[in-house]
Design a protein around this ligand. Structure first.
Ligand SMILES: Cc1cc2nc3c(=O)[nH]c(=O)nc-3n(C[C@H](O)[C@H](O)[C@H](O)COP(=O)(O)O)c2cc1C
Ligand SMILES: Nc1ncnc2c1ncn2[C@@H]1O[C@H](COP(=O)(O)OP(=O)(O)OP(=O)(O)O)[C@@H](O)[C@H]1O
Length: 316
């Protein structure tokens, strides 16, 4: 899969494709349905399938502090899009210039001059352009004038409700990981590099790998039953574990949320390795304990609860 950053990096060879546009945060089952249609039009027309995304996502640009949490960082989003068979991603910087483009200018500059789009696939509620003035009817009209076809994919729903990134954020915040897995088509995960922590975990009887969240504003907090894959290689096996996402109020953290993972029965150095943490169940909320002994007892109980659930799963 090819990543093109910015319109200025498009070359004549990039012209002629089938495309779709959106945030694709989480690459959930609704997105996957659109991407499946993109693949089939791409095969039918013998043209590459291109996804146009924005970075930052528009709401992060408009309200950096009030934007909703991210389900996927750019890196993970790109890996998931590649796994869905996307040939090319055009990542546009969402900035003042882009936000001020009218729907007409967006079509002309991005779809026609930039990509030479021959077919556009969008969701039925898709809107774009300055003040979200461009909709499906507008695109159909543009398509007739500029020579591309447009198709609106039907809404993909689960239990009667539309699947969306917004809904997933709520489902994760509620700790409903079974539903999250159905909406995503895979368990929810966060990945990152393991960095040095305060090295306190080992004295608590549970050494933890501190996974770098960087600027990721995680959509969940609390203590979870997890599994983890090392270096993105599922063939190296997945490890069972428990994890905490929070501020670590008992040990006076650094004011930043951390993702800390304790892998059960694992010995080895994880510093600098890449860890993908898959979330299976919420065990409890993070708490401020009066002593490190009380925290240690709580973590021991978390580990026991996780082990009991794994054991019951394997007996099913
Ligand atoms: C399963 C688990 C549950 C945790 N629960 C809490 C908690 O409820 N409150 C809290 O302050 N810290 C909690 N922590 C975070 C610990 O305070 C943290 O892992 C410990 O301070 C070690 O940090 P270090 O790796 O930076 O040394 C939890 C950690 C794990 C792995
Ligand atoms: N459940 C769905 N069914 C059909 N199409 C969808 C579905 N969810 C998203 N799409 C389409 O996928 C494309 C990308 O969607 P986008 O990520 O922008 O929206 P979203 O997942 O609904 O997120 P949000 O909750 O932030 O609105 C758009 O064309 C959108 O209409």
């Amino acid at each position: 899969m090819e990543l093109v950053r910015g319109l200025h990096n498009l070359r004549p060879r990039h012209r002629g494709c089938v495309a779709t546009i959106g945030n694709f945060d989480g690459v959930h089952a609704g997105h996957q349905a659109i991407l499946k249609r993109l693949r089939s039009h791409s095969a039918r027309m013998g043209l590459p399938g291109c996804v146009v995304i924005f970075e930052p996502q528009p709401r992060e640009y408009f309200a950096p502090n009030a934007a909703p949490p991210r389900l996927t960082r750019l890196r993970d989003k790109l890996m998931l899009l590649e796994a869905e068979g996307v040939d090319r991603v055009l990542c546009l910087a969402f900035n003042r210039r882009l936000r001020e483009l009218s729907a007409e200018e967006f079509v002309q500059q991005v779809l026609i001059d930039g990509l030479g789009v021959k077919h556009l696939e969008v969701g039925d509620d898709f809107r774009f352009g300055c003040d979200r003035s461009g909709d499906f009817a507008f695109l159909e009209g543009s398509g007739e004038r500029h020579g591309f076809t447009v198709e609106a994919a039907n809404t993909v729903a689960e239990s009667g409700d539309r699947i969306s990134s917004t809904r997933l954020r709520q489902v994760l915040a509620d700790g409903d990981f079974e539903l999250a897995e159905r909406l995503l088509g895979r368990p929810f995960s966060i990945s990152g590099r393991v960095m040095y922590g305060q090295q306190l975990g080992r004295t608590l009887g549970a050494p933890t790998a501190n996974v770098q969240l960087k600027r990721l504003h995680a959509p969940l907090k609390g203590v979870f039953r997890v599994s983890a894959v090392l270096d993105e290689d599922p063939f190296k096996g997945s490890h069972q574990g428990v994890a905490n996402i929070g501020m670590r109020p008992t040990v006076e953290g650094d004011g930043q949320p951390h993702l800390e993972v304790h892998l059960l029965d694992f010995k080895g150095n994880l510093y600098g390795r890449h860890l993908t943490v898959l979330f299976h169940e919420k065990l409890r909320d993070e708490q401020r304990f009066d002593s490190l002994d009380a925290l240690q007892a709580a973590i021991t109980a978390d580990i026991a609860a996780a082990r009991a659930q794994w054991a019951s799963d394997s007996n099913k």
